[in-house]
Design a protein around this ligand. Structure first.
Ligand SMILES: C[S@@+](CC[C@H](N)C(=O)[O-])C[C@H]1O[C@@H](n2cnc3c(N)ncnc32)[C@H](O)[C@@H]1O
Length: 225
């Protein structure tokens, strides 16, 4: 890390160290908007966003929903990649919506629409998306099976859902162990919502990277686990 970015990181750490990473918001346990910066620091090293996008191989006119987009780390990358496409960036917390709007304005991400979703509904139009993307948000959703049933109609034909989630016991900082979900747990929740696991990428050191499709025959996805 360069000296200046190390300094910025240290200042941010000191100013937010007194506030918790997770907060109670409207009765739910959510990521603290004051900590949104922390999601960006040194993230290339452990989340490899360029490799994640490369693995998804989206055409440049694809439409993506970045659910629980937080500060917009992936939103910005999708926006720059999908030069003829569109990105819906959603969140439930006003503090995150403000950060998203600021990033979109300051970095002139003209193909991004910021949407305030509900806890149990993404708030997007039917058949809007080729990809519905969840990075470190899936675990924060309360009734996940019901939520994912609402996600299904958002997909266009051949559409995909991607879930990035911290693996239990993976190295480095991250959410508390009690909040982490195994691959089996995620696959088991998506199945009753009508999704099958079609790809699993194992190159990320801390997170599971799972790709699901709807309306495919429920194949023996245990072979992918
Ligand atoms: C750990 S942050 C991840 C932010 C972003 N996806 C990233 O990778 O940088 C989780 C985000 O999900 C949001 N969130 C939690 N529950 C949500 C829900 N039901 N619908 C949409 N967003 C949600 C939180 O407000 C928070 O901004």
């Amino acid at each position: 890390m360069k000296r200046t970015s190390r300094f910025v990181w240290l200042v941010c750490l000191l100013t937010t160290a007194c506030s918790p990473m997770m907060i109670e918001f409207e009765g739910r346990r959510l990521y603290n908007p004051d900590w949104a910066w922390a999601l960006d620091v040194r993230r290339e090293a452990w989340q490899q966003p360029d490799e994640v996008l490369r693995a998804l191989a989206l055409p440049d006119d694809a439409v993506v929903a970045d659910i629980g987009a937080g500060g917009g780390y992936f939103t910005e990358r999708f926006s720059r990649e999908l030069v003829r496409g569109h990105v819906y960036a959603t969140d439930v917390q006003p503090g995150m919506i403000t950060q998203l709007q600021e990033r979109v304005r300051e970095r002139e991400l003209d193909n991004v629409t910021v949407v305030r979703g509900d806890f149990d509904d993404p708030g997007l139009p039917p058949a809007c998306c080729d990809l519905v993307f969840f990075s470190s948000v899936y675990k924060e959703i309360e009734d996940r099976v019901a939520y994912m049933r609402r996600v299904r109609p958002l997909l266009r034909e051949g559409g995909r859902v991607v879930i990035l989630e911290f693996r239990p016991g993976s190295p480095g900082p991250g959410p508390p162990d009690a909040m982490r979900l195994s691959v089996d747990a995620i696959v088991g929740e998506l199945r009753p919502a009508g999704f099958a696991l079609v790809e699993r990428h194992d190159f990320l050191p801390r997170e599971s990277f799972l790709v699901f499709e709807a309306d495919v025959e429920m194949r023996a996805d245990s072979s992918l686990r």
